[in-house]
Unconditional design. Structure first.
Length: 308
């Protein structure tokens, strides 16, 4: 079997570069591409040494670990032990994760039992064959993109999970408990009392939702203009809240003062004595993770001044 040393070395260099780069992106490290390149260059030396009298030594796991330590140090430096170990462990995680994607994709696309023994032998030797090199060169960017996307998705879900609260609402006979997302972009408040406003979607809420509440979702203009009347027990609770979204003119929302509004996280619960709730019929979350958007002042657990 003919071995193309320059191709093997270049492929290893590119793979190490991608892995170190992805490690820095996931951990949000401050890095320079030239340092990433230096680390990958050091890692590629192991290929050259594999064709030297030190080939047996290079196959030792401790030697491979030593190269990894030097690579990570060259790419990200050393600030403290915890910082460095975090970089090193993430580098190994990214390596195994990306490698698993490549191996799984390779065997999913082409699996020939007749050639399995020869492929296994090539893998044991550690160099593969020209076909596998082409596959890695083409598939590695896709695996890198997929890995980064999955990690970003996991991180986003974790951030959302950390910002989710249990919201319990009671308005006369209507009661519900939903998940609420704390969103700093929600700055809705009553212009007079400065009471914060929570947005609640009734799309997925089961139970006896009063018709007056549904009317506040789609008949707001008629109610404000007097074309449609609602019971005084609801009009006394109602507040007019101006709202504005990107690309749209200012509009008015009808918010209701509930009898009880309680927020709860994994540690404690607290009551919002002066919060308001604006209703909408459309879902707020495409995947159903939350049904309410909580005003950040409500999540601060501090009583909000109410002058009304």
């Amino acid at each position: 079997m003919t071995l193309y040393l320059d191709v093997i070395w270049l492929l290893n260099l590119l793979v190490d570069f991608f892995l170190l780069w992805l490690t820095g992106i996931i951990l949000k490290r401050q890095y320079a591409l030239w340092r990433i390149g230096l680390g990958s260059l050091i890692g590629s030396i192991i290929i050259l040494l594999a064709f030297s009298p030190y080939a047996t030594l290079i196959g030792n796991p401790l030697m491979k670990l030593l190269f990894s330590i030097i690579m990570v140090y060259s790419a990200f430096g050393y600030r403290r032990l915890r910082y460095y170990l975090s970089n090193l462990l993430m580098f190994y995680f990214v390596t195994f994760f990306t490698g698993g994607i490549l191996i799984g994709t390779h065997y999913f696309i082409s699996f020939d039992p007749g050639t399995e023994s020869s492929m296994l032998l090539a893998s044991i030797r550690g160099f593969g064959d020209p076909i596998s090199w082409v596959f890695v060169m083409l598939a590695l960017p896709l695996a890198w993109y997929f890995s980064k996307g999955r990690v970003d998705s996991i991180e986003q879900v974790k951030i959302q999970y950390d910002q989710l609260l249990k919201v319990s609402i009671k308005i006369e006979d209507f009661q519900c408990t939903v998940n609420g997302l704390v969103d700093s972009g929600n700055q809705l408040q009553d212009p007079i009392s400065k009471s914060p406003v929570m947005i609640l979607s009734i799309a997925e809420i089961e139970g006896g939702i009063p018709e007056e509440v549904r009317a506040l979702c789609h008949d707001v203009d008629e109610i404000f203009s007097g074309e449609k009347n609602i019971d005084t027990r609801w009009s006394d609770r109602m507040r007019i809240v101006p709202a504005q979204s990107v690309g749209r003119k200012s509009q008015l929302l009808a918010a209701i003062k509930p009898d009880s509004l309680i927020l709860k996280d994994h540690e404690s619960e607290w009551t919002i004595p002066n919060g308001l709730i604006a209703f909408r019929e459309d879902p707020l979350s495409a995947d159903g993770n939350f049904q309410a958007i909580v005003h950040p002042k409500m999540a601060s657990r501090k009583p909000v001044l109410n002058v009304s």
